[in-house]
Structures are given as C-alpha cells and as structure tokens.
Design a protein around this ligand. Structure first.
Ligand code: CA2
Length: 152
C-alpha cells in the first residue's frame, strides 16, 4: 500500500549526544533509537519519514525550505533554538507546512529561559516532557491532523 504522508523529522543542536551524555535529563535512548522507533510507527501509520539532525541553524532552515514541495508536514525538536531562533520560526511560517514541536523534557518545568518558544506560535501544537515518547505522540498528532484536513 502506498504511504500517504511524507513527514520531515528535524532534530536540533546537541541531540546527536542523546544517550551518551546527561542521561539524568534526556534519558538513555540514542537519537538512532528514537529514529528507529519513529520509523516503526511510520510503517504502522502508513507515512514516510526523512530524518535529519544538525547543530547548525542554517542547515535546519535549508531543510525546512526544501520540504516545501516534498513533504506534507514537519516534526521538529529544535533543541535550544526553540528559545532563540526567530529564523527557524520564520522558515516554518514561510513554508506553511503543518508543524509539531516536540521536546524530550518538560520545558515549562525547567529554567525560565526555556519556558518561551519562538516555534510554538507557528506550530499546530507542542508536546513536551514525555522523553522519546514525545516524538511518537507528535508523529501521531501530525498524521491525524493531516488526515482530518484531507477529509474536511
Ligand atoms: O527537551 C528537549 O527536547 C530540548 O529541546 C532539548 C534541548 C534543550 O535546549 C531544550 O530546552 C529542550 C537540549 C538538547 C541537548 O541534548 C543533549 C543530549 C545529551 C547530552 C547533552 C545534551
């Protein structure tokens, strides 16, 4: 059966270190393991994923721009750029693809500088605090949103 939705999964800075440093805050799962569990769910949801991690703002922005004609939606953990990047926010707004923002940790329970997200106002929603499950919940929410939109 053809996969119905193509989703771009973006991981921001330092997330390549997952499972290798600070397990107390970010858990024991590696980024490769998170991508594998997303792939498994994607098969179940009949969607196709492209995953990409970068420590560079411009590279993330380039991928968002390139998604315009190739993908139906974006799942993004912008990492620390969540709290600093007007440029990533503008890129998401410019491509106007449905975007779900996810975080491993509950950013609202942490330092006050993490409470504000530049991305949230241009996302359809934010999922924060469920560890790697935030990504899986985010993918489900995005696919359901796309399905509801196409049935409307
Ligand atoms: O909770 C999240 O997913 C964050 O997006 C993670 C970012 C943080 O700046 C955000 O406030 C919340 C940090 C990612 C750093 O990842 C590391 C992983 C392992 C070791 C060190 C950093």
């Amino acid at each position: 059966m053809a996969r119905s939705y193509r989703i771009l999964v973006l991981h921001g800075p330092n997330l390549n270190l997952l499972g290798k440093r600070e397990p107390g805050t970010y858990g024991l799962s590696t980024l490769a393991e998170i991508n594998q569990s997303l792939e498994k769910l994607a098969v179940h949801l009949s969607c196709e994923l492209s995953t990409f991690q970068s420590n560079h703002e411009g590279e993330l922005i380039d991928r968002i721009h390139a998604a315009m004609d190739k993908h139906h939606g974006i799942l993004i953990n912008p990492g620390a750029y969540t709290h600093t990047s007007v440029a990533i926010r503008d890129a998401i707004a410019a491509v106007s693809l449905p975007t779900v923002e996810v975080h491993l940790s509950n950013i609202h329970k942490r330092e006050s500088f993490r409470h504000h997200s530049y991305i949230a106002p241009v996302a359809i929603g934010q999922i924060s605090g469920f560890g790697p499950n935030s990504y899986l919940l985010g993918l489900r929410a995005l696919v359901e949103y796309l399905q509801l939109q196409s049935n409307a």
